[in-house]
Design a protein around this ligand. Sequence first.
Ligand code: SF4
Length: 246
Amino acid sequence: MTISVAARAAHNIASDERDALDVRARRLAMRFNDCEAREILEHAIKTEFPQQIALVSSFGAESAALLHLVAEIDPATPVIFLETGKHFAQTISYRKKMADRFGLSDVRDIRPSAETTVMNDPDGDLWKRDADACCTLRKVEPLSGALAGFDAWITGRKQFHGGGRLQLPAFEAAAAHIKVNPLTRWSKDDIAAYAEAQDLPAHPLVAQGYPSIGCWPCTHPVAAGEDVRAGRWRGAAKTECGIHGI
Ligand code: SF4
């Protein structure tokens, strides 16, 4: 399936606006690429995009540090959780636990509409036949709608994830938004050190060999030495869900 006309319309911008977004993102990246994550976030939330920015979080294996940093800066920052209906039960309980612990007051569970789901995935097994279409239905299109009205969104992507993330800047232009990647230069050790220093609860599946956690049908444990994301869509060419194309 493809993104609906309504969702596209919400994000269609003229080419001169797109050029302006590119210029703004490049200016911000030049200024902040070498800055600490907290400084990047404080500027984005309080100065550059006040009331116009949301954090998109999967409440996955590496999510705690970013949720904690955002909560310390402003716990009323909107947090978008894509409730695909295919999460591990442990992720759903972790989402509640972290929101309560950090005092996040505006966590939004974003679901595909019932009508669209019945039409495109009546038996709930689209992931077996067409994972790209399933991600579009359950992640890309709902996020596209949820981001309407925001100028920017915060991601947890990091350069060490590899692939297309190796050169990830602190700020980048997307189709109709600016994306903020405050942890882009963090390593695995940085994440672990921050979690230990702040006594952050780990996602319960990390101890079972899941260093990256998405929907249960498409997430598998990884062996020692494998890439962090090797268990995502294991055996398929697919490596991303598509939300970063929005
Ligand atoms: S990760 Fe898997 S189950 Fe989740 S939306 Fe994508 S294809 Fe569907």
